[in-house]
Design a protein around this ligand. Structure first.
Ligand code: PLP
Length: 425
């Protein structure tokens, strides 16, 4: 964010008055628009309606003859794991296909590490005097909430265009044996769309850590969610960890929530053979097996990695115009004002908007007055505390294009109003 390029005070006051009038007009319209959560739109969900028809009576056996209606198969169907192996960069034999939510898998993985000893751990995390996780910021609020629930301390780490600031990460994990974990959304990250550079991934795999049971929670939620024709590829962290002598360092997560149906998809966990055995030993106490019928209908529907890629192009065709619209409107309304900067992601689900320091909460409040719901300012930071109060997450996928355009125009009015008010104060 550059500092505002301003004219004299008169000009700022005139600009502020104009924004106040625009805001009043906006409030009078009684809008009800929601940009809060990164949900697929109904039309995106329609793309996967084939899930309802691809599977029928008489076609309920997996390739190995397993009757998917019955108990068993704790690791999930081999054929669904094959389809997602390349996208998640995990050998199919080291992937677990589970229920519908990767967040639930992350949650349970933390719980298992709390209540049982991880491979390489000296003790259960519950018996540690303190457990801390590194959190690249801005980041995903549900990661933070999950940790907060278990009293895990959250340590923010700044993001760079290449991923987390590795000088900071390396120093912290080397010095503090109570840092047991780190959140990473390595591709098209939530919310700023950053993709980790190869050197970042290599350093994450190679860095010495004081904790013998340090784990990277590699949430590759947007592995195949490209918005352009040139998919971003990231380095293979699982292979790099093995190469650098710590094969157990990373837990990979992913799901079809934003591929097929967010409420009825398939989630994945991938890791080293030792970690997979550890997870399955724990989940084996929870369940006799996942919903294999759902997994089989995903197999029939997506078919293979090429089918998955083709399906994702259908999503891109629906959501790319929305991302373009956000960029176009922000450019038109705020470009060159110095009041805001924003990300231009090549994939994923979010755009991150940065407003002048101390303005984000007020912008979100003003937008709410005008009937435009935004993710609470601060949600992108641990404990809901964005120390500079400047990051706003925009989730453009769910609203229809015309509603989205209205909402972003309204948001731009709020940014102009709040930013000019700050300058007049
Ligand atoms: N991870 C990230 C980074 C997300 O942005 C989201 C949803 O927005 C999730 C996980 C949720 O995943 P799931 O639906 O598989 O629980």
């Amino acid at each position: 964010m550059t500092s505002p390029q301003l004219g004299g005070l008169d000009e700022i006051v005139a600009e502020h008055d104009r924004a106040v009038r625009d805001h009043a007009a906006l409030v009078a319209r009684g809008l009800s628009l929601d940009l809060t959560r990164g949900k697929p739109s109904p039309r995106q969900l329609d793309l996967s309606d084939g899930l309802l028809t691809r599977l029928g009576a008489g076609d309920l056996r997996a390739a190995d003859g397993t009757d998917c209606r019955n108990y068993g198969g704790l690791q999930g169907l081999p054929e669904i794991r094959e389809i997602f192996s390349a996208a998640l960069q995990v050998p199919a034999a080291q992937l677990v296909a589970g229920g519908n939510s990767s967040l639930a898998m992350m949650h349970d993985t933390v719980v298992h590490a709390m209540l049982g000893r991880l491979p390489g751990a000296e003790r259960r995390w519950a018996d540690e005097p303190r457990v801390a996780f590194l959190c690249p910021v801005p980041g995903y609020d549900r990661h933070f909430a999950l940790c907060e629930r278990f009293g895990i301390e959250l340590i923010p780490v700044p993001m760079t265009p290449e991923g987390p600031d590795m000088d900071v990460v390396e120093r912290l994990v080397r010095e503090d044996a109570q840092i047991k974990g780190m959140w990473c959304v390595p591709k098209y990250s939530n919310p700023d769309g950053v993709c980790y550079g190869d050197e970042t991934v290599r350093r994450l795999a190679a860095m010495p850590t004081a904790a013998p049971d340090f784990r990277i929670f590699w949430d590759n939620a947007y592995a195949v969610h490209h918005l352009t024709d040139t998919p971003v590829e990231i380095a293979d962290i699982l292979a790099l960890c093995a190469e650098h002598g710590d094969p157990d360092r990373v837990f990979v997560f992913g799901s079809t929530s934003k591929i097929t149906w967010a409420g009825a998809g398939v989630a994945f966990f991938g890791s080293s053979p030792a970690n997979v055995a550890w997870l399955l030993a724990n989940t084996g106490k929870q369940t006799i097996g996942p919903d294999k019928v759902n997994q089989l209908r995903h197999v029939r529907f997506l078919k293979d990695a090429d089918g998955l890629a083709a399906h994702m192009r259908g999503h891109r065709d629906l959501i790319r115009p929305k991302f373009d619209a956000v960029g176009r409107i922000l450019d038109k309304e705020l470009g060159g004002t110095g009041f805001a900067s924003w990300s231009n992601p090549a994939g994923g689900y979010f755009i991150s908007l940065e407003v002048p320091d101390g303005c984000a909460r007020e912008v979100v409040r003003r937008a709410a007055e005008a009937g435009i719901a935004l993710t609470p300012a601060g949600a992108t930071h641990p404990y809901g505390n964005d120390p500079r109060d400047r990051t706003i997450r925009i989730a453009p996928t769910y609203p229809e294009l015309d509603e989205l355009e209205l909402a972003i125009e309204g948001l731009a009015v709020c940014v102009r109003m709040v930013a000019t008010a700050r300058l007049i104060e």
